[in-house]
Design a protein around this ligand. Structure first.
Ligand SMILES: C[S@@+](CC[C@H](N)C(=O)[O-])C[C@H]1O[C@@H](n2cnc3c(N)ncnc32)[C@H](O)[C@@H]1O
Length: 361
């Protein structure tokens, strides 16, 4: 069972979880029919149109590529079996940025802006069909491993902060999760192409609503607020000191300086507490949660998010068993002004990835 606020991520997850029930051979046949459809309809004008609400600075697709994309959507629309249609939609969504004028760097941006040449020709249909064949192979593999086992599975398209109560209290054996990091990475904006082109979102207003439910608020939306206070239950001197130090940084920059970033971090830590409360609710006594999270450097100040999360979890009644560091170097993110790149950083200012192992007593 899993929780996700982003409709595209939830759709991808549900479709993958259900995929083992699909017939791999018929999926292969359909992928071949899809290729044939493209060959036969080279000259046809597609019926599908780009999603009207999806606006980008530069055309998202070159006209020749756009035609193939729309033709693909024509084919997908006609698939009667809902599961096969979803697998096709997922294969399209998983490949759609690669043949666009945009790319992930790691945020979604124009290829031209990072010196990459945008494609003017691309075998869109082959790219989608290759994905479908991969899926078909995976389904065969899974069936070989699992025999006739049919695991129960459920994806909840809702925020864990409120929806955790749908889980019976003290019932969960293990939680494995990776919340957004304290790096202002914007999952919702970065999946705009998939959200709009799959028809999961039609307007900016809907995107904003999803954003409101996010673990951590975006710096752009909290920097101008009056001082965001830490929840009084997080009475951890180290966290408070770090926030105070951050708040006092570069006052001349106004909300773009430490003040705005302190609001951002305080909001994030308050959400860590909401997360920890939900985790405490779900776990059965003695059970564990593994939380993958990276540390941060905000305005030059190191923020050990992993240790802070462990302290906050303590306030919600969880014990920290260990903090594992499976990855001791991570490339920085220019948005947070970390200015840290692998290799150039000293030991103290390294970005790393941690797994915080929590346990309910
Ligand atoms: C670091 S990513 C991990 C994604 C996924 N676990 C994976 O490994 O691919 C964080 C995910 O948390 C989701 N998310 C953010 N706030 C959430 C909330 N309040 N409840 C549930 N999911 C949330 C984001 O949409 C994003 O997909």
């Amino acid at each position: 069972m899993g929780f996700e606020i982003n409709p595209y991520a939830a759709f991808a997850c549900q479709t993958k979880l259900d995929a083992f029930t699909a017939d791999p051979e018929s999926l292969r046949d359909q992928a071949n029919r899809f290729l044939g459809f493209h060959t036969r309809n080279r000259a046809r004008k597609p019926r599908s149109v780009p999603p009207p609400g999806f606006r980008t600075r530069e055309a998202f697709y070159h006209p020749k590529i756009l035609r193939k994309v729309l033709l693909s959507l024509d084919f997908i629309d006609e698939i009667r079996d809902p599961q096969a249609r979803d697998l096709f939609r997922l294969a399209f969504a998983a490949t759609m940025v690669s043949y666009s004028n945009y790319s992930y760097e790691p945020s979604l941006g124009r290829k031209a802006a990072v010196g990459r040449v945008a494609a003017t020709e691309f075998p869109v249909e082959e790219s989608i069909a290759a994905r479908l064949l991969d899926m078909s192979t995976d389904i065969c593999w899974f069936r070989e491993q699992q025999g006739n086992r049919r695991p129960r599975r459920r994806v909840v398209l809702d925020s864990f902060f409120t929806a955790y109560r749908r889980v019976a209290r003290d019932s969960v054996d293990l939680i494995v999760t990776s919340p957004p990091y304290l790096n202002n990475y914007h999952y919702n904006r970065n999946t705009r192409p998939q959200l709009y082109w799959l028809g999961l979102v039609e307007s900016t207003r809907e995107l904003k609503e999803i954003e409101q439910r996010n673990f951590g608020k975006f710096w752009q939306t909290v920097r101008e607020q009056p001082n965001v206070e830490l929840d009084p239950e997080i009475a951890e001197p180290e966290i408070m000191d770090t926030l105070n130090e951050l708040r006092a940084k570069t006052p001349e920059k106004g909300v773009y300086g430490g003040r705005g970033w302190a609001n951002y971090a305080a909001t994030y830590f308050n959400d860590c507490l909401r997360f920890a409360r939900g985790t405490h609710w779900c776990l059965r006594p003695g059970a564990s949660a593994l939380v993958v999270v990276g540390n941060s450097i905000l305005q030059g100040i190191p923020v050990p998010t992993d240790r802070f999360l462990a302290q906050i979890a303590g306030a919600a009644g969880l014990e920290t068993v260990a903090i594992h560091i499976p990855r001791s170097t991570r490339v920085g993110n220019s948005i947070i002004n970390s200015e840290i790149r692998v290799g150039s950083a000293g030991r103290k200012n390294r970005l790393y990835e941690a797994v915080v192992e929590l346990k309910k007593p």
